[in-house]
Design a protein around this ligand. Structure first.
Ligand code: ATP
Ligand code: FE
Length: 339
C-alpha cells in the first residue's frame, strides 16, 4: 500500500509518501514569512500554501521514487487548524484523488500527532494499548487516553494558551526572536532553575492554564527592569531556566495525575515542545523513579509533518479494506475538528 499524505493545517506545507507504515519521503516547506510578524498570519499562510503545495507534493513523490499511478489512497488533514490553510490541502487532495480515481482519507491532525508513534522507524519502540498520549505544541496542549488506533479520548487540555505559546510569549517578553521556545531551552541550560520562583496556576483535574504564567513573567520582568535596566542582560539564563522549570513542573504534575487516575504508565509525547530538554530529562527520570515507559518519536515526526498524516491514512485504509467499506468518503475541511 502506498499512501500520499498532505498536511496544511497551520504554517507548514508538508507532503509524505508511505509504503505501509514506513516513510519513504517526508517533505516540509516552512514559511519564513511569519517570523517578521512574531506569529502566524493566516492570510499569508494560506497564500504560501498555494505556492508551495505543488512543488512539495512533487518533491515527496520524487524522493520516494513513486509514480502517482502507484498510489493506493490520498490522506490529508481535514482539521483542526486555520480554515484558509486547510482548504488549500483539502482541495488539492480532493482533485488529485479524483483525477487518479483513488480513495481520499480525511485525517484529524491531533490524532495524527498521537499516532505518529506507530511509524515504523529503526530504534524507536511503539507503545502498546492503552497508553497516555501527551501532545504539546505551539497550538495545543492535550492529554489523551488512547485505547486503540481509533478509540481515544481527550482527558485534559489547556483552557487558554498552549504550552508552546507559553514558551514563545515568555520569550517575546524577554525580547527573544520568534519562535522563542528553542532559545529559552538553550539559555535555560546555562542558568539556575530556582533563581526566580514563579507560581504554578491552580487548575482543576487534568486541564492546563498558561496565560497567568505569561502575565506573571511580564510583571516580574517589568518590575526588575525598573530597578535595573540591564536586568535581562545580566540574568537572561536564570530567567529562562526558571521559566522552563515552572512549565516543565506544570506538565509533569498533570501527567503524574493522569497516570494516577488511569493506572496507565506508558506515556507517548508528541508536538514541537517535546524537543524541550527539560521535559525530556523529567520524563527519563520518571522512567526510573515511577517505572513509567515513555515514548518520544523521531523529531521530524513530532512537529507538524505529513508522515504522521500518512500513518493514520495507512491505518484507516487498512481498516476500510478489512471492512470493505470505501463508499461515502465525502469529506471537507473543519477548522474546529475534535478528537
Ligand atoms: P500545532 O502543532 O499545534 O498545530 P505548531 O505548528 O505551532 O502548532 P509545532 O511545530 O509542533 O507546533 O511546535 C512549535 C512550538 O514548539 C513552538 O511554540 C516552539 O517554540 C516550540 N518548541 C520547539 N522546540 C522547543 C524547545 N526546545 N523548547 C520549548 N519549546 C520548543
Ligand atoms: Fe500540529
Amino acid at each position: 500500500t502506498y499512501i500520499l499524505a498532505i498536511e496544511s493545517s497551520c504554517d507548514d506545507t508538508a507532503a509524505a509518501v508511505l509504503q505501509n507504515d514506513k516513510v519513504l519521503s517526508n517533505v516540509v516547506a516552512n514559511q519564513a514569512i511569519h517570523q517578521e510578524y512574531g506569529g502566524v498570519v493566516p492570510e499569508l499562510a494560506s497564500r504560501a500554501h498555494q505556492q508551495n503545495i505543488v512543488p512539495v507534493v512533487t518533491a515527496a513523490l520524487r524522493k520516494a521514487n513513486i509514480d502517482k499511478k502507484q498510489l493506493s489512497a490520498i490522506a490529508f488533514t481535514s482539521g483542526p487548524g486555520l480554515l484558509g490553510s486547510l482548504l488549500v490541502g483539502t482541495s488539492f487532495a480532493k482533485s488529485f484523488a479524483m483525477g487518479l480515481d483513488i480513495p481520499l482519507l480525511d485525517i484529524n491532525h491531533m490524532k495524527a500527532h498521537i499516532l505518529a508513534h506507530f511509524i515504523d522507524e529503526e530504534g524507536y519502540d511503539k507503545p502498546s494499548f492503552p497508553f497516555i498520549g501527551v501532545t504539546i505544541s505551539g497550538g495545543h496542549t492535550q492529554i489523551v487516553r488512547v485505547d486503540d488506533y481509533f478509540m481515544m479520548e481527550v482527558i485534559g487540555e489547556t483552557i487558554d494558551d498552549a504550552v508552546g505559546e507559553a514558551f514563545d510569549k515568555s520569550a517575546k517578553i524577554m525580547d527573544l526572536p520568534y519562535p522563542g521556545g528553542p532559545l529559552i531551552d538553550k539559555y535555560a541550560q546555562l542558568g539556575n532553575p530556582k533563581a526566580f520562583p514563579f507560581t504554578k496556576p491552580k487548575v482543576d483535574g487534568l486541564n492546563f492554564s498558561f496565560s497567568g504564567l505569561k502575565t506573571q513573567i511580564m510583571y516580574f520582568v517589568q518590575r526588575q527592569q525598573e530597578a535595573n535596566p540591564d536586568f535581562l542582560k545580566e540574568h537572561r539564563d536564570d530567567v529562562c531556566a526558571s521559566i522552563q522549570y515552572t512549565i516543565v513542573n506544570i506538565l509533569m504534575d498533570k501527567i503524574k495525575k493522569a497516570v494516577k487516575e488511569t493506572g496507565i504508565t506508558q506515556i507517548a509525547i508528541g508536538g514541537g515542545v517535546s524537543a524541550n530538554s527539560g521535559i525530556r530529562t523529567a520524563l527519563k527520570k520518571a522512567e526510573t523513579t515511577h517505572s513509567w515507559k515513555t515514548f518520544l518519536p523521531k523529531f521530524q515526526y513530532t512537529t507538524d509533518n505529513a508522515a504522521m498524516i500518512g500513518i493514520v491514512g495507512y491505518l484507516k485504509y487498512k481498516d476500510l479494506v478489512e471492512k470493505d467499506s470505501f463508499q461515502n468518503l465525502e469529506v471537507s475541511a473543519q477548522s474546529r475538528l475534535k478528537i
